[in-house]
Write a protein that binds this ligand. Structure first.
Ligand SMILES: O=c1ccn([C@@H]2O[C@H](COP(=O)(O)OP(=O)(O)O[C@H]3O[C@H](CO)[C@@H](O)[C@H](O)[C@H]3O)[C@@H](O)[C@H]2O)c(=O)[nH]1
Length: 467
């Protein structure tokens, strides 16, 4: 906590877990380095600010609570647009007014990449907009390339049609089914998609971008983005993991008492437990669920499985449920969490050695920081890109599935689960090395520590220069 009030910025997270969690973690770092922050949240997310509000006085941290639109009843394909557009409609006029009447308005806006429209708002109020990317630099490079170049699938019936990104380092190539589902649905001229595209293009045109990533992890892609965006205001400041000792309420209340799962882990040998979780939203299909449950029954590895229950509006149709009697059959070797797991606390426990993940970028960074072997089963969005980084570039990942396209037979999957906690795996050594690199990056003088200093210096300079 700092006594002097530093330059004031507006922090605006996108209101879903995978986006708001890392930006709140980053906000803690900005506050601890002396910035004054107003953080904009919708009423349902207001409780997530409690740990910050109980640590920092009102002179440093203020909240701006603006309404969320009602629950979208739209088909799943339109849900993201509805949320993005709804926020723009509700918040743009309110923010304009807030800026114009504020006695000492923010000198910059730091907002999530799904809030590209804040670039225009920032221009209107005469301050720079900085993008916060909760995804990695390769993922954002791919997104920019898609929405600028608009590559087509020349064989619409072929889900394996290859799309090449020749301008990006290492020239990634993805089969069509691994390209972002939002892009695959793109309809030129349709207002929803053109709005989405305009937001992405506004991200690219923004004054700067802050990544929850670190240089040693994504150097070539960070350098590429500097060239692509035409300036060097690209800062990699991650992993922005919690500074608070108690991480139980991070992102929401845990569905089990954290001490209970930690006690369960405590009695296991070091690096012997597998943690399974597919992020904050992903619900498995019945085929995926059955194969995984069957493999977990067959494996000899102890595991913690965070099972995402479907909530209204998440997936239409095919939703997997735990097989009848599963919990009894795995009693003793499996700990099941139905709902929200204290993920970072679990991953950091010394007895956890492997992580079966959907490869959401936060999970990737949390797994890397914890030094666990990553079993990759990407489902959508940037997750295929992230899985490729883990497996091909960093060599800490082992592929165990690809969306609904590659679902291994349960005996084969169980075999990979058994191997994942083998102490002699080359991936384990790499995982330990990478965990050290992540920790060095955020330590005093590390690459992320320096980038955060540079970012804050740039914000401080704004105070004295008219944007
Ligand atoms: O039971 C749970 C489930 C999740 N988490 C946390 O929630 C976050 C989940 O983020 P992530 O792993 O990135 O997954 P998603 O929630 O699926 O994130 C979305 O946002 C990410 C950042 O842009 C993208 O990389 C993903 O593809 C996209 O699905 C992480 O911090 C987890 O620790 C918990 O604490 N407990």
């Amino acid at each position: 906590m700092t006594a002097t009030a530093g330059p004031h910025i507006l922090v605006y997270p996108f209101p879903t877990s995978g986006h708001i969690i890392p930006l709140l973690d980053l906000t803690q770092r900005l506050l601890s380095r002396g910035l004054t922050v107003t953080i904009l949240v919708t009423p349902n997310n207001r409780p997530l600010l409690d740990p910050l509000l109980s640590t920092y006085p009102e002179s440093c941290l203020r909240t701006l609570v603006l309404p969320a639109q009602g629950s979208p009843l739209n088909p799943p394909r339109d849900r993201l647009f509805t949320l993005m557009y709804g926020l723009r409609e509700l918040h743009y006029p309110a923010l304009l007014d807030w800026f114009k009447t504020h006695p000492s308005p923010p000198v910059a806006i730091l907002s999530d990449f799904f809030l590209g429209w804040t670039h225009q708002l920032a221009s209107e109020v005469g301050v720079p907009r900085v993008v916060f990317s909760p995804s990695g630099a390769l993922a954002l490079s791919v997104a920019f390339s898609l929405w600028v170049d608009l590559p087509k699938n020349d064989e619409p019936e072929n889900d394996n049609f290859k799309v090449s990104f020749t301008k990006i380092p290492n020239c990634p190539v993805y089969p069509w089914f691994q390209v972002s589902h939002v892009y695959r649905m793109y309809e030129q001229g349709h207002p929803n998609w053109e709005f989405y595209r305009s937001c992405l293009l506004a991200d690219k045109a923004s004054w700067g971008v802050v990544f929850n990533s670190f240089t040693e992890l994504e150097r070539v892609y960070l350098d590429h983005l500097k060239k692509d965006m035409g300036h060097n205001r690209v800062w990699a400041v991650g992993p922005v993991l919690p500074a608070f000792d108690d991480m139980a309420s991070r992102g929401g209340s845990s569905s089990v008492p954290t001490h209970e799962v930690l006690t369960w882990l405590e009695s296991r040998p070091e690096n012997s437990v597998l943690y399974v979780c597919f992020g904050s939203r992903q619900v498995l299909t019945s085929k995926q669920m059955d194969a995984l449950a069957d493999a977990l029954e067959k494996t000899r590895v102890n595991f913690v499985w965070c099972v995402r229950q479907s909530s209204k509006g998440h997936v239409a149709g095919d939703e997997g449920v735990l097989p009848e009697g599963f919990e009894d059959r795995v009693a003793g070797k499996g700990y099941i969490i139905k709902g929200w797991a204290p993920q970072v606390a679990i991953l950091r426990h010394k007895t956890v050695g492997a992580f079966l993940t959907h490869c959401g970028w936060n999970s990737v960074l949390e797994g890397i920081s914890a030094g666990v072997v990553m079993l990759t089963w990407p489902q959508s969005a940037d997750q295929f890109t992230n899985a490729n980084i883990l497996v091909k570039e960093l060599k800490v990942g082992i592929r165990v599935g690809e969306g609904t396209q590659i679902i291994l037979e349960s005996t084969e999957l169980a075999h990979l689960l058994n191997e994942s906690v083998d102490g002699t795996l080359p991936e384990r050594m790499k995982a330990e090395e990478l965990s050290g690199a992540a920790s060095n990056a955020v330590s005093d003088g590390g690459s992320s520590d320096k980038d955060l200093d540079e970012f804050i210096k740039s914000i401080r300079e704004l105070k004295s220069s008219k944007f």
